[in-house]
Design a protein around this ligand. Structure first.
Ligand code: FAD
Length: 407
């Protein structure tokens, strides 16, 4: 049996693997670092369930109950939450409602067994566990067996929130095959998911350059650069190194999963009860709402179920109703375009490795600029600005003179 025609037709959601009654399907990583299902022909009984359950090839049930979707510009009232969240912290406000009612939340976190911050989907019962899901991880998250865990939670009568990319939310609905009143799905507007192998290579490079181990990561460092900028920061043995290398690869789209270029969810018919995104275009839609550049969420409420939860979550947010506003998000109009140099990038990578592609595509010589970038990053912090202030420099010179004369 052929599961998919070519790689653009498989989003790696694992539904076929999870649903197979013979356990004949296993996920295997290809040379680019993406997972694809492989069938063991000895075990396969040709029942066709895997093909029937593939939402990426068969399409998905659109959940649009409101036309247009009820839309809001939203910012969490707590600045601490805002700073930990990618945009306005809408995910925290919504998931808090589920946790407070004794429910469980699923989202993208880090594999605690993996030294190099592998991104996987996880289950959270507490706010502390859920907090790990905050912040966008610009890499494909491995769903593992979370769909199976969700089914068990639902069977036990628990309220469940599942958050993920459109293809992950669509896949969960197909996997379950029926509606559950206690299931709330939240999809994120998605530009495309880069390869986990490239993410791993990037972190290894940072470790080698700095002779230590990665202790923390931030895919988009809002604390030091604000919400609009896109720079990643990693900490090697607590030393902070910020750059625009991994993010550059993300925007070049060269390391993106092939299926993202024909994403069936890149439109306004969202698969989730609630959709969250960065509120690009907020300057015109809600002038002054993001004056401090700490971020704004766009929240689209697509179903009555989503609205019931959102009504409760609203109390934790500053919100402005934007229903009917013509949002400009490209990935709600069409999938990201495959760049012309996509094949060339992967051929280079297979032949010459990560150090070569980071030089060729990001103009970065491994090992040479780490210090400089870190210095540049420091210059933009509060203390960096103080350090360059002329009065500070004069005072420093004066103290130096005093020290020289008297000691
Ligand atoms: C790969 C990727 C591409 C994106 N592209 C766009 C875009 O083009 N335009 C746009 O407006 N917004 C995009 N976003 C969404 C945006 O960055 C924020 O995730 C969203 O606005 C939520 O912000 P928040 O402050 O409400 O939530 P936060 O508290 O920051 O929560 C993040 C949410 O995203 C989920 N998440 C994080 N990483 C992943 C991942 N790798 N896979 C699946 N789910 C994940 C978490 O489970 C959680 O639900 C993208 C996010 C990702 C992960």
């Amino acid at each position: 049996m052929e599961l998919f025609k070519d790689k653009e037709h498989c989003c790696g959601c694992r539904v076929c693997e999870q649903i197979c009654p013979q356990s004949a399907i296993t996920m295997q990583m290809d040379e680019c670092g993406f997972l694809y299902p492989m069938i063991d022909s000895q075990k396969c009984i040709d029942c066709g369930l895997c093909l029937k359950k593939c939402s990426f090839q068969n399409g998905y049930k659109k959940r649009k109950e409101f036309e247009p979707a009820r839309s809001y510009a939203a910012r969490h009232k707590e600045m601490g939450t805002m700073m930990k969240s990618r945009s306005g912290g809408a995910f925290t406000a919504v998931s808090d409602q589920i946790l407070m009612s004794g429910g469980v939340v699923y989202g993208a976190g880090y594999d605690s067994e993996d030294r190099l911050f592998r991104v996987i989907h996880k289950r959270a019962e507490t706010q502390e566990q859920r907090n790990e899901f905050r912040g966008s991880k610009y890499v494909q998250s491995d769903l593992g067996d979370v769909f199976c865990q969700i089914k068990k939670d639902l069977a036990a009568g628990k309220s469940v929130l599942f958050s993920g990319t459109g293809c992950q939310v669509g896949a969960l609905h197909t996997y379950l095959g029926k509606e559950y009143d206690q299931l709330l799905t939240v999809d994120i507007v998605c530009h495309g998911v880069p390869s986990p192998k490239i993410w791993e290579d990037f972190l290894k490079m940072r470790e080698q350059e700095n002779g230590g181990i990665i202790t923390s990561v931030d895919f988009r460092d809002k604390v030091h650069y604000g919400w609009k900028a896109h720079r990643e920061t990693v900490w090697v043995n607590e030393k902070r190194i910020s750059s625009r290398l991994y993010s550059k690869l993300f925007y070049l789209d060269v390391a993106t999963r092939p299926s993202c270029f024909r994403c069936i969810y890149a439109n306004k018919n969202r698969p989730g009860d609630i959709t969250i995104a960065d509120f690009w275009g907020h300057e015109d839609a809600v002038p002054g709402f993001n004056a401090d550049n700490k971020g704004v969420s766009l929240v689209m409420v697509n179903t009555q179920k989503g609205y019931d939860i959102w009504e409760k979550a609203e109390k934790d947010m500053e919100i402005i109703d934007c229903t009917g506003y013509p949002f400009r998000h490209t990935n709600m109009k069409r999938p990201t375009k495959r760049p012309d140099n996509y094949e060339e990038f992967w051929e280079d990578y297979q032949q010459f490795g990560f150090d070569f592609v980071i030089k060729k595509y990001c103009d970065y010589e491994v090992g040479t600029k780490a210090q400089e970038i870190s210095k540049k990053a420091e210059n933009q912090t509060f203390f960096g600005i103080i350090k360059r202030n002329k009065y500070y420099l004069k005072l420093k010179a004066l103290l130096k003179n005093v020290k020289k004369r008297f000691f």
